[in-house]
Structures are given as C-alpha cells and as structure tokens.
Design a binder for this molecule. Structure first.
Ligand code: ADP
Ligand code: MN
Length: 495
C-alpha cells in the first residue's frame, strides 16, 4: 500500500530501456543535489564552530536516517519493478546492482572532529560514570541525578556501543557527545531495523544463485572457458531451477584438433547452495558407484559429483545412441554440453509443445524404446523422467537432466523406474495415445520383469520385494542378481 495514495496512472511502461533511463535520471538528480548541497559546508569552517553545531550534527544524523528511509522505499519500488518485468518467467533479470547501498560510510565524518569538546581528552575512553541505585551522586547543590541532561546524554552515547557492530556510530564517546533521549531512541530503533535489513540483504546475497545467476568462483570458471577460446560467448540464462542454472553459449574452438565443440552449447551450473541437494542424498548415497566416496566428501564435492554423474550418464546414453546432449567438458560443478535447440532458443519441453496425434504417437514409441535402451544398454534408470525433462527437437524426443539417474540395482532403482513409468504413462494417456501402456505394463516392458499384480499397491510391494532380494543377494554374495542385468530380454515394442 502506497502511503501517498493510489497512483492514477494505470499502466507504467516497463521496457527495460525505460527503467534503466529512469534509474539514470534518479542517479543524475541525486548527483546534482549532492553538488548543490554539499554535506558538510558549515561544519568544516572555523567561525561556525560553536556549541550549536552539535544540534546540527544531530540533524545530519536525522537527515541520514531519513535518507535511508527514502532508500528503503526506493529499493521496494525497485523490487516491484523487477517483479513486474520478470513475472513468472523462469528466466529473470535482476536489479540488485541498482539497490541503494547503506549510505552510512565514515569518510565524510572525519573532518567533523572540529566541534569536539576539548575539555576532554578525545583519546581517553571517557565512559560516563554509572548512577548509583539511589539515583543521584554528589552533595548539596552539586547533586546530579540520572535525569541530568549531560550525564544522561553521555550515557546514551555510551549505549550506542550496544548497536550492531556494522552500525557506524563514530567516536561519539571520545568526543563527549551527548545524545538526547529522543535522538538516542530514534537511533536505537534505526540501528535495530538496519541490523535486520542488512541481515536480510546478506542472506539474499548468499542464497541468490538463481537471481544473480552464479557466484564469483563459478563466474571465474566460465570466464576461463571463454578466455581459453573454448566458448565464444555466453549469451544468457536459459533456466534457473532448484538445483541448477543453465546458460546458453556459442561454442568456440577446441584446444585439441580431434574434439569438435558444438556451435551452440548449454552450460549447466550445479548450484553450490546446498539446501536443495539435501533431499537428494538418497539417489547418490545408495548408488554403489559413489558409495565409498560419499561418506568422505564435503558438500562442495558432493555437488561436483552430481555434475560428474550427469556427465557419465550422458556419455552412456550417447554411446547407446539415445538422443541427448553431448558432453563437451566438465569443470568442477559446471557441465558444458551441446545445446538442444537453435539460435539460442532451447527446444520446448514435451509438456509445452503441441504435437499432432501422429507425432504424439511417434514420441510415445520413441520414449518406450529409449527407456528400454536406457535400462538394458546403459544400465540406467532415469529417475526423473517426465514431460519436463524431455525436449522435442528435430522431430524427436531428447532426454535431458540425468544427474540423478541410477543403475537398476540401486536399492530404490525399481521404485524410481516405476515412478518414471507412471509419469510417462499418464502423460501419454492424457495426450490421447490409445496405444500407451499403463504404468505397470510399461514397467514390465522396460525392465523385463513379469510382475502380474493388477493393482498399484501389490505391484509396488512386489517391486520392493525385488529390491530387497537384490540387496540381500549383494550382502551375501557380493554381487547383483542376474535378473537385474538383463537375461530375459524385454520385448522390444515398436510401431
Ligand atoms: P534441472 O535440474 O534444473 O531441471 P535440467 O537439466 O532439466 O535441470 O535443465 C533445466 C532446463 O534447461 C531444461 O528444462 C531445458 O529447458 C534447459 N536445458 C538443459 N539442458 C539443455 C540443453 N542441453 N539444451 C537445451 N536446453 C537445455
Ligand atoms: Mn529438469
């Protein structure tokens, strides 16, 4: 709610250019104002230095507080504009850099020492004496109570030390600054709200991989790739997900002759903020390929392992001829692969594309085939297969996002497969593909198992029994059950 009342203008232009020029205008205005009203003209000049200047300095503080209030409103407005521009778009631009920063910086206060009261040694920590219980000290007409203006003022100044360390209070004590209760209370309130604000800002900075795209270390990694000529340019962000940020880049030249870098690349940066990865532990923790390493690794390395896993899985798929991005290079938590799409426009997800019923049917059989290949030839279960992770490009379906993929013998591998089957089955049944198998039939078709249960609960129970059997077998014999590694060929379904 705007405190100045509802604005009349209904539509505010929100093209990037307009906003930018408005920014510029505001900044220019500020600059002009600063030039017209230099901050400390009066204080720096000799004749003006009288006792009254203390009040002036309080005014200055108040003015700064007011300024901060303005800045806060300005930032809020900026946030609104940012939100309006970005809407619900997955790809967002950030105005972070246009935020007003904390205007308190000490550089202008250095020359204000002039008005200090020289009766006191400014270099001696002159903490005010405490008032005893009875509420006054001294005798006769020299008695001072805690209400004494000077004592109280000094005390207030000393209490400023309790403000947050980032809150710059200056050398008020050394200067024998006497703050009135009113000013002190205002400052105190302000210090607290600033503390909260800076905590919020800080938190945002720490956790805004999505907004600011990447942290400095990642940016350096990306710079290096461009510098090495491997990438021509990084054009922008395609997607910011929970666990990764994906960029588009034009490929450059490879250092080695034998390797060709695709003309367009996708750069998947696995997020180094760990929160989202915590609940993915189960995928990697139980994957025997990573078992020995998991326990010893720090979180940063675990993130790298996701990238590594995606690379290995993509390579397996590539070798089996499954349409998927081709790995270009892996550096730490950054995976460069070929771009599925053209001219910076990524191929649409299956959920977003409108296909003719013929294409839809074609897509279905292709996916059925790919799932079988993935299981049999790559020894993998996608584990996050859905219309969100399949792209439609060049008249066929491409599989992406395989960092969480596991081998079928993973303790939960078959459950993941069943979930994949359910997603695929439901999607194509809704899309009107009459031939689409139901999730149980699809599971059998992909895995080669012949589970006969005709309802979901029993089916799932049998799946879990199979997983348990395999686990026990591994425990006792140190190897997997034969049926997991593809005797009993699954029937190949085709059009
Ligand atoms: P997430 O774990 O964030 O879902 P994905 O690997 O699914 O990560 O990538 C997120 C999005 O980025 C995808 O939905 C897709 O739109 C885009 N994307 C990812 N890889 C590529 C690629 N190789 N080519 C084109 N677009 C891609
Ligand atoms: Mn995805």
């Amino acid at each position: 709610q705007c405190p100045w009342g509802a604005p009349n203008t209904t539509s505010i232009s929100c093209s990037l250019a307009d906003v930018m020029s408005e920014q510029l205008a505001k900044e220019l205005q500020l600059e002009e104002e600063n030039a017209a009203f230099p901050e400390v003209v009066a204080v720096a000049e000799g004749p003006f230095i009288t006792g009254e200047n203390i009040d002036t300095s309080s005014d200055l503080m108040l003015a700064q507080m007011l300024q901060m209030e303005f800045d806060r409103e300005y930032d809020a407005q900026l946030r609104r504009e940012e939100k309006k521009i970005n809407g619900d778009s997955k790809v967002s631009i950030s105005f972070e850099n246009y935020r007003k920063v904390h205007p308190y910086d000490s550089d202008s206060s250095e020359d204000e020492v002039d008005w200090q009261d020289t009766r006191h040694d400014p270099y001696r920590a002159d903490k005010p004496t405490t008032t005893p219980r009875k509420g006054f000290i001294g005798k006769g007409k020299d008695i001072t109570t805690k209400h004494d203006e000077v004592v109280c003022g000094r005390k207030n100044t000393a209490r400023m030390e309790n403000f947050a360390p980032e809150f710059q209070v200056g050398d008020g004590i050394g200067m024998d600054l006497k703050l009135s209760n009113q000013v002190f209370n205002a400052l105190k309130q302000h210090a607290y709200s600033e503390e909260r604000r800076s905590a919020r800002l800080h938190e945002k900075k720490e956790h805004s991989t999505a907004e600011k795209a990447v942290d400095p270390k990642t940016r350096l990694l990306l710079y290096k790739m461009v510098n090495a000529g491997m990438l021509e340019t990084i054009t922008g962000c395609i997607s910011t997900g929970k666990e990764s940020v994906v960029f588009h880049a034009y490929g450059g030249k490879s250092a080695t002759e034998d390797k060709v870098i695709p003309p367009e690349c996708a750069i998947k940066v696995f997020k180094t903020t760990l929160n989202e990865f915590k609940n993915r532990d189960k995928y990697i923790k139980d994957d025997y390929r990573f078992k020995d390493r998991f326990s010893k690794l720090n979180p940063r390395k675990i993130i790298r392992m996701w990238a590594e896993k995606e690379m290995h899985n993509l390579t397996r798929m590539q070798n089996a001829g499954i349409p998927c991005p081709q790995v270009v290079i892996l550096k730490k938590h950054v995976l460069v692969m070929s771009f599925i799409g053209q001219d910076q426009v990524p191929a649409p997800k299956l959920k977003d594309v409108t296909l003719s019923s013929e294409d839809m049917k074609k897509a279905y059989y292709q996916i059925l085939n790919m799932m079988q290949q993935l299981y049999k030839e790559c020894n993998l279960v996608h584990a996050d297969l859905s219309e969100y992770n399949m792209l439609w490009h060049d008249g066929k379906v491409w599989l992406i996002d395989v960092s969480q993929s596991v081998e079928p013998t993973h303790p939960h591998g078959l459950e993941f497969l069943f979930r994949d089957c359910r997603n695929v089955s439901q999607f194509f049944q809704k899309a009107g593909v009459a031939e689409a198998l139901n999730e149980r039939e699809l599971f059998n078709a992909v895995s080669g198992f012949k589970i006969t249960a005709d309802n979901e609960v029993d089916f799932q129970a049998e799946i879990e029994a199979l997983e348990k059997m395999n686990e026990d077998h591994v425990q006792n014999h140190g190897k997997k059950l034969a049926m997991f590694s593809g005797d009993g060929d699954p029937p190949i379904y085709d059009e």
